[in-house]
Write a protein that binds this ligand. Structure first.
Ligand SMILES: Cc1cc2nc3c(=O)[nH]c(=O)nc-3n(C[C@H](O)[C@H](O)[C@H](O)COP(=O)(O)OP(=O)(O)OC[C@H]3O[C@@H](n4cnc5c(N)ncnc54)[C@H](O)[C@@H]3O)c2cc1C
Length: 284
C-alpha cells in the first residue's frame, strides 16, 4: 500500500488529506493517508470557540460562498446543514479614512463621492481594463499587483485594508499567486480584473464551476460552529489517521532503490511515504 504523509492539520492540510483519501480508492493496492499536526487539535489558524450563544473566531471567519473547493469539503465533511450565509447587509464594506467610516461603493464615482478615492485615483482605477498583463511569470506581492493594475491610491486605500481584513497580513509580503490565485488568473486568462469579473459572470454554470466559482449569491459563508468545525469534522470522520501533538522534524529523501521520503517526527520510527504534502505555516 502506498502512503501520503500530510504535515499540518490546518484547513489546507485536512482538505489535501481528504482529497488524497478520496483518490485512494482509484489507486491499485490502496493509499494510506496520515496527517501529522503539531498542536493538540486540528484547525491551524482556524480557531472557533463557543460561549453560550456567542461564537468567537480568532482566525478566519468566512469564505466566499461561491468557492467550489470550500463547497466540496463542506459536503465531504457532511456539514451542508451547518452552512450559514452572511446577512445581505454585510455586503456593505467600510474603511476608516480621516477618522470617518466610508463605504466602499461599487463604482469609481461612488468611491469619490464617499471620500475613499480622489477623482484622479478613481480615474486610474477605472482605467484598469487598459493595463496590459505582465509578460514574465515572476512572483509578485499583492501590493505590487494592486498598484500596477489599479494605481497607487487604490492599492493604498482599497487593497491594503481589504488584504489586512482577509489575511491579517502585510500586502507587501503576501505573494499574489499564493494569496489570491484567482486575481492572477483574471489577469492571465481574461486580461484584467474588471474583464475577469465580467467574463466569469457571463460563463455558463458548468464552465464557471470548472473555473472554481459556483453560481448563486456571492455572500460570504461560514459554518454554524465556526470554520474550525470543517477540519474538526474531517478528522472526526475517521477516514484517515490524524496524529495530533506530533511535530514533523525533517523530511529526508529515501534511498533510490526504495524511493519516496522519510518523515522524521516526534516519537516513533520515521514514516516512509511515497509523497509528502507540506501544509505547515507559510514560513515553516
Ligand atoms: C486573523 C486572521 C483572519 C483571517 N480571516 C480569513 C477569512 O475571513 N477568510 C479567509 O478565507 N481567510 C482568512 N484568513 C486566512 C486563513 O486563516 C488562512 O489562509 C488559512 O487558515 C491557512 O490554513 P493552512 O492550513 O494553510 O495553514 P494554517 O492554518 O497555518 O495551518 C498549518 C498547520 O500546520 C501545523 N504545523 C506547522 N508546522 C508543523 C510541523 N512541523 N509538524 C506538524 N504540524 C505542523 C500548525 O500547527 C497548523 O495547525 C485569516 C487569517 C488570520 C490570521
Amino acid at each position: 500500500m502506498k502512503r501520503i504523509v500530510v504535515i499540518g492539520g490546518g484547513i489546507s492540510g485536512m482538505s489535501a488529506a481528504q482529497a488524497a483519501w478520496e483518490l485512494g480508492g482509484t489507486i491499485p493496492g490502496g493509499l494510506e493517508v496520515v496527517v501529522l499536526e503539531r498542536e493538540r487539535e486540528v484547525g491551524g489558524k482556524a480557531r472557533s470557540q463557543r460561549d453560550g450563544d456567542w461564537l468567537f473566531e480568532s482566525g478566519p471567519s468566512s469564505v466566499p460562498g461561491t468557492e467550489v473547493a470550500f463547497d466540496r469539503m463542506v459536503r465531504a465533511a457532511k456539514l451542508d446543514a451547518q452552512r450559514v450565509a452572511s446577512a445581505p447587509e454585510s455586503a456593505r464594506r467600510f474603511i476608516v479614512r480621516g477618522g470617518k467610516l466610508r463605504e466602499l461603493a461599487a463604482t469609481p464615482l461612488g468611491l469619490v463621492k464617499n471620500g475613499v478615492l480622489s477623482p484622479l485615483g478613481a480615474l486610474r482605477l477605472a482605467g484598469e481594463r487598459f493595463v496590459a498583463g505582465r509578460a514574465d511569470a515572476r512572483d509578485e506581492s499583492v501590493y505590487d499587483f494592486a498598484r500596477r493594475r489599479l494605481g497607487s491610491e487604490a492599492a493604498e486605500r482599497l487593497a491594503r485594508p481589504l488584504v489586512n481584513g482577509v489575511w491579517a497580513g502585510d500586502p507587501h509580503k503576501l505573494s499574489l499567486p499564493a494569496a489570491f490565485p484567482r486575481l492572477l488568473e483574471f489577469e492571465t486568462r481574461f486580461g484584467g480584473l474588471i474583464r475577469g469579473v465580467r467574463e466569469i459572470a457571463r460563463m455558463p454554470q458548468r464552465e464557471r464551476e470548472e473555473a472554481g466559482t459556483l453560481s448563486g449569491p456571492s455572500q460570504h459563508t461560514t459554518l454554524r460552529d465556526g470554520l474550525q468545525s470543517l477540519p474538526r469534522a474531517l478528522a472526526a470522520a475517521g477516514n484517515f489517521p490524524v496524529r495530533c501533538g506530533v511535530s514533523a522534524r525533517a523530511v529526508v529523501r529515501a534511498p533510490k532503490e526504495k524511493g519516496g521520503w522519510f518523515v522524521h517526527a516526534d516519537g516513533g520510527e520515521p514514516l516512509h511515504a511515497e509523497a509528502v504534502v507540506l501544509a505547515g505555516e507559510a514560513w515553516a
